[in-house]
Design a protein around this ligand. Structure first.
Ligand code: PHE
Length: 341
């Protein structure tokens, strides 16, 4: 009997030692220690023993049971530790592995040049004001001293939504909105960038949608010299000290006198080349002294106050800035083009 007990202990211990999974271990536990297990079966045969032997054998069986239960527990703990380690090893993240590179965008060239222009005018004390792109003909034409029969009012030139509502053709609308806005105290010194719409053909230098930047200064004693000085500072800051401006007499209904302003060609410096079409000059903006009628329309006393205004085409400036030869590139959203900036 003692030998039998010992051999169960031994074979159970060996079997447990070579267990590979918790299922296997459970099967062994049932095999040796379960209700129908070999140790229990042994106890059932104790009836055949002499009375004085029974407690001794009973104690031995009990010792072996406790010993084996302990072995099973140790093995279970070892198995679960190994399983945990395996799981940790499987889930390990290699932080040195190269990541997926997110596609970084960049500012559109128009925005980059606009930001630069805003920076330059901010430095001269201008603030940025914006206005609506859908306008009434009052702000787009009437208040700007553009008479009923002016060709700009023609449906051929402008996009009308109703008879009196249209997509603004110029940011000069913001002049009126700013001067009429009574919370904006005089003096006024603003720039107003934004999209404008004209019924134009699409080609390398024209688009029905483009961006203007309007400037407006209204104060006591503002003269044409202030306009020239401001634009000169702007051109020299943006294009360098060599930039020279030329003012040509022109007509705008809302400024008097008015001028078209050319800049010395940034490629040939004024000698004449293909970029400036042999002229030596490139037109960059329209400007003038705010017409007294426009000031009066906005409730500003033109005998006390005067002002100047100018309007710049942002696409043209951007094209010049980066040497872009086709305006359509600026609105086509072609990544191959945009990625260069
Ligand atoms: N609004 C004019 C245009 O679109 C430009 C301009 C603005 C001219 C301000 C004079 C003063 O052509």
């Amino acid at each position: 009997m003692k030998d039998q007990i010992e051999s169960i202990r031994k074979s159970a211990q060996e079997a447990i030692a070579s267990v590979k999974s918790s299922e296997e271990l459970e099967a062994l536990r049932v095999k040796f220690l379960g209700k129908k297990g070999s140790l229990t079966a042994l106890l059932r045969t104790m009836g055949s023993l002499a009375a004085e032997e029974r407690p001794i054998v009973g104690a031995m069986v009990n010792d072996v049971r406790i010993f084996l239960e302990n072995e099973v527990e140790k093995c279970r703990a070892a198995l679960s530790a190994a399983a945990m380690e395996q799981q940790l090893a499987n889930e390990v993240i290699d932080v040195t592995m190269p990541g997926k590179k997110p596609n970084l965008g960049s500012l559109h060239p128009l925005t980059q040049v606009l930001n630069r222009i805003i920076e330059i005018f901010s430095g001269m004390g201008f603030s940025v004001v914006e206005g609506p792109e859908i306008e009434t003909d009052y702000y787009n034409f009437t208040a700007l001293n553009i008479p009923e029969d002016h060709p700009a009012r023609d449906t051929q030139d402008s996009f009308y939504i109703t008879d009196s509502i249209l997509l603004r053709t110029q940011t000069s609308t913001v002049q009126i909105r700013t001067m009429q806005n009574h919370t904006q105290k005089l003096p006024i010194r603003i720039i107003s960038p934004g999209r404008v719409y004209r019924s134009d053909n699409v080609d390398a230098t024209h688009s029905p949608v483009f961006t203007q930047l309007e400037g407006l200064v209204v104060d006591k004693g503002v003269t044409m010299a202030d306009l020239k000085g401001t634009l000169d500072t702007f051109a020299k800051t943006l294009y360098g000290e060599d930039a020279v401006l030329r003012f040509r007499p022109h007509h705008f209904p809302f400024t008097e006198p008015s001028a078209e302003v050319d800049m010395s060609c940034f490629v040939c410096g004024g000698k004449g080349c293909s970029v400036c079409k042999g002229e030596g000059w490139i037109e960059i903006l329209g400007a003038g002294m705010v017409h007294p009628k426009v000031l009066e329309e906005c409730g500003i006393d033109s005998s006390v106050y005067s002002g100047f205004a100018f309007g710049v085409g942002l696409e043209r400036i951007t094209m010049r800035h980066y040497g872009i030869d086709d305006m359509r590139l600026l609105s086509e959203n072609d990544m191959r083009f945009l990625e260069q900036f």
